[in-house]
Design a protein around this ligand. Structure first.
Ligand code: GLN
Length: 556
């Protein structure tokens, strides 16, 4: 729906009591509902960390590092936003305190403040508001999630910024939503509302009275709990709703609709049109169904069992399985201890992205096994590099390795070491630095006649997602994928790689970088230097995941 008054409306989502209780999913669900009502919705995350971006954060502590199309390394929440709203976030969609301070200090050093004292208010808060305006460009409704919980020292400038925002765009154009947690105390067998009351009192103290309060509980709670929170917090009881835990995050929009929040959202946007949830209903049914067939995928990874670290990969696989009407069993295989028996026991292997030496030999062993036993293989970024090393070794280069290994003092460099994977020329000396990798969207040209090209070209229907893909005159296919890497295939060794079973099926436009490889004589062996998982959507599965899983449904 075009916004007639060209004025964007803003929803600000804050959290109380605890973080990690589904604030991001709640915010994204509101967005999905508003999108299903016909609005153009965008989302943004403001995080109070002093990091400048998420690139250097430990994936075990912080989960996967998501990459925007314009090359910013962000929090995994942006992946949820993209999956729920099927839009592309950008560099404005993530605002970290560190980035704001960096910009302010650089401006100050350059004399940009003309002698003024630089302060949290108004300078920090103004810059946050500027980022919010930029992130909302062109949308009808813009949702901003504030990370952490209200009351955290470091989050206060953001709370003040979103309070002030209503002064500039008008309070009626802003909706404040607070997600609070109500714990169940097992010894006394009761839900305790006090922490939620205090959290809302804190929020009020900072000048924000929420328009909606979502009460998160483990199990559905009695209406009285919401009424109690409403009474103690000075909020209308209709505006306090319960959102209990639910099995699949993709069912949260239905929970939100059931909660009665729609009326408040309708009032806010000024229409009472029902959201069209048909596609969501279809996906929910597909995903929650117990299918007759089960496929097993071995995820050969360093951080085993930590789904958050590879969330885009597991979400892409799960969505593909749902679309093919099969159950998915992900077997986490520790890359450091992987055995042939483990690899033999799965229908297909995925080697996801990764950094450093630890576990890489196991990933190379998995690729070798896949080549030798015709086991379907999907390699993502490091998964391509491992595959090329495996092929080069099979092709006679026993000492094939990656220059990335040399950075690790534990690496025992073989005498005949060959840098089959080497550092990109412009990356030398930047190995430990943030924001300097080859990041974001880059073209690749897929070679006519390869399986890779066929996969991207075919099935271009509502089940598949091929953003920016257009057939080139020669019959080659141009694709755009997101990247995050520092090392690349050394084309000096392509002969050995080919002898070992892999051909280059896609390269950068100038031919300098290998972007895709495949084993032409195998059932499914494709690896990419990119991260296609970032562009896969529940309702529009990325073709590589779609066809990888399709292969497994046929052979299993
Ligand atoms: N460590 C490899 C590189 O930097 C692969 C990166 C990745 O898998 N994202 O090139």
């Amino acid at each position: 729906m075009a916004n007639k008054n060209t004025k964007c409306k803003y929803i600000f989502v804050t959290g109380g009591v605890l973080s990690g209780v589904g604030k991001g999913i709640t915010a994204a669900s509101m967005g999905a509902i508003l999108k299903a009502k016909g609005y153009k919705v965008t989302m943004q995350k403001c995080d109070p960390y002093l990091n400048v971006d998420a690139g250097l954060l430990n994936p075990v502590e912080h989960g996967e590092c998501f990459v925007t199309h314009d090359g910013v390394e962000t929090d995994l929440d942006l992946g949820h936003y993209e999956r729920f709203l099927d839009f592309e976030t950008n560099k404005y969609s993530i605002t970290l305190s560190g980035g704001i301070y960096k910009e302010l200090i650089e401006r100050e050093r350059a004399g940009g403040f003309h002698g003024k004292t630089v302060q949290l208010v108004p300078h920090f808060t103004d810059l946050v508001q500027e980022k919010i305006r930029k992130a909302s460009a062109g949308s009808d409704i813009h949702i901003v999630e504030i990370g952490g919980t209200v009351g955290d020292y470091e989050g206060l400038p953001f709370i003040e910024a979103i309070r002030l925002f209503a002064n500039s765009v008008g309070r009626r154009n802003c909706l404040y939503l607070s997600v609070v947690y109500v714990p169940w105390i097992n010894t006394s067998k009761e839900l305790k509302t006090k922490p939620a009351q205090n959290a809302l009192k804190d929020l009020r103290g900072f000048g924000i009275i929420p328009d909606i309060v979502c009460v998160r509980t483990e199990k559905p709670c009695d209406r009285k709990i919401c009424e109690k929170i409403a009474a103690f917090s000075g909020i209308s009881s209709d505006a306090v709703v319960n959102l209990p835990d639910i099995q699949s995050v993709y069912d949260v929009p239905f929970n939100v609709l059931k909660s009665g929040v729609l009326e408040i959202l309708n009032d806010f946007v000024g229409d009472d049109k029902q959201p069209d949830m048909k596609k969501w209903e279809k996906f929910s049914k597909m995903r929650n169904k117990n299918h007759d067939q089960t496929i097993t995928v071995g995820l050969v990874a360093k951080y085993v069992g930590n789904e958050d670290t590879y969330i885009c990969v597991t979400e892409a696989l799960k969505a593909a399985a749902a679309h093919h009407d099969v159950n998915l069993d992900i077997k986490w295989i520790n890359a450091e201890t992987v055995t042939d028996e483990q690899l033999a026991s799965v229908d297909g292997i995925v080697v996801p992205g990764g950094f450093g030496l630890r576990g890489v030999e196991g990933k190379i062993a998995a690729a070798t096994y896949a080549l030798e036993h015709d086991k379907p293989y999907l390699g993502l970024c490091l998964g391509l590099q491992a595959a090329c090393i495996a092929a080069a070794r099979r092709g006679g280069l026993k000492g094939a390795g990656s220059e990335e290994f040399l950075n690790d003092e534990n690496y025992k460099k073989p005498k005949d070491f060959k840098n089959v994977i080497y550092i990109m020329a412009d990356q030398k000396g930047k190995e430990q630095t943030g924001g300097t990798m080859r990041l974001g969207d880059y073209d690749a040209i897929l070679k006519k006649g390869t399986k890779t090209a066929a996969i991207y070209q075919k099935e271009y229907d509502d089940k598949c997602y091929i953003d920016g893909t257009e057939p080139l005159k020669s019959g080659d296919v141009k694709v755009v994928e997101r990247h995050r890497h520092r090392y690349e295939v050394n084309q000096k060794y392509l002969k050995e790689i080919e002898k070992g079973g892999l051909i280059v099926s896609g390269a950068s436009r100038d031919g300098k970088l290998v972007e895709f490889v495949e084993a032409p004589d195998k059932t499914f062996f494709i690896a990419t230097q990119a991260h296609p998982e970032f562009k896969s959507r529940p309702l529009a599965v990325h073709p590589l995941f779609y066809h990888f899983v399709k292969t497994l449904t046929i052979i299993s």
